[in-house]
Write a protein that binds this ligand. Structure first.
Ligand code: AMP
Length: 278
């Protein structure tokens, strides 16, 4: 697998592939790779002849008090893992390549970005939408794959790509979990042994909510019970436990439309998020 660090080199390789009649797939990540990331590469391979993986810890999506400095960085190990999963090109730019001096343009997706995670991390989706737009425009891939693990992020990126007429198909990939149900995340490595044992409760709570809603129990009651259970097993703070419309992310009022249960809660140093379809 070849590694490139400039947008010019990324574009040259991607357009050479396209001119040769190949379909190009893109898998953006911040590294700290696990099976969840690699499943995106494999899915991209099913929809494209050549897969570009990207490795960039995007400072614009971290607030000053968040874990930008502590975020796991190991380009050699991540590069090997990407290559074994079938990526042919790694785009690993430095910060100045992505945000040169004078870079001011921001992409914002109002509405979708303001609820759930957006209410607790107001800087976050502006940073995500901007880097995702830049990577999509830089690579001009035929298809880009993002995980349902970050469900709100996936909805924001789909809307952004549609609104900006970016001609890349945005594919969502299923969440990959540990054997006990915990969604894989680069941030799980922040958990102590005891915290790791309590962590799958976030998945268990979401399962109880989706089962309960399907059985006719009120979502608000189920979410309140779920929140209490998380605090009970040692989560120190619960940002939200909610059932929302799966597309608009607004409160689910129309029972005929698909809904999604989502939760975000703090366990020690880690902020865990997860979600399930109702
Ligand atoms: P990140 O490096 O955390 O920004 O994630 C990069 C991509 O991997 C995003 O599209 C995430 O949604 C996706 N991803 C992260 N964790 C998982 C998982 N457990 N299963 C599937 N996709 C995931």
């Amino acid at each position: 697998m070849q590694t490139v660090r400039t947008i010019a080199d990324l574009r040259a390789q991607a357009s050479a592939w396209r001119q040769g009649g190949g379909r190009v797939g893109l898998v953006p990540t911040m590294g700290g790779l696990h099976e969840g990331h690699l499943s995106l590469v494999r899915l991209a391979r099913e929809h494209a002849d050549h897969v570009i993986a990207t490795l960039f810890v995007n400072p614009a999506q971290f607030a000053p008090n968040e874990d930008f400095d502590a975020y796991p960085r190991d380009e050699a190990a991540d590069g090997d893992a990407f290559s074994n999963a079938g990526a042919e090109l790694l785009f690993a730019p430095d910060i100045a390549e992505v945000y040169p001096p004078g870079h001011v343009t921001q992409v914002s997706v109002p509405g979708l970005s303001e609820v759930l995670d957006g209410a607790f991390r107001p800087h976050f989706f502006g940073g995500v939408a901007t880097i995702a737009a830049k990577l999509l425009i830089q690579a001009m891939a035929d298809v880009a794959v993002f995980g349902e693990k970050d469900y709100q992020q996936l909805q924001v990126i789909k809307r952004m790509a549609r609104d900006l007429d970016i001609p890349t198909e945005i594919l969502g990939a299923p969440t990959i979990r540990e054997a006990d149900g915990l969604a894989m995340s680069s941030r799980n490595r922040y958990l102590t042994e005891d915290e790791r044992a309590a962590a799958p409760t976030i998945f268990a709570v979401l399962q109880e909510i989706t089962d309960g809603v399907r059985g006719g129990v009120g979502a608000n009651d189920l979410c309140a019970i779920g929140r209490a259970r998380l605090l009970d097993v040692g989560f120190r703070d619960v940002d939200y436990v909610s059932v929302v419309d799966a597309e608009t992310l607004q409160p689910a009022t129309d029972a005929s439309r698909p809904a999604r249960a989502l939760a975000a809660a703090w366990l020690g140093k880690a902020r865990l998020i997860d979600n399930l379809p109702v």
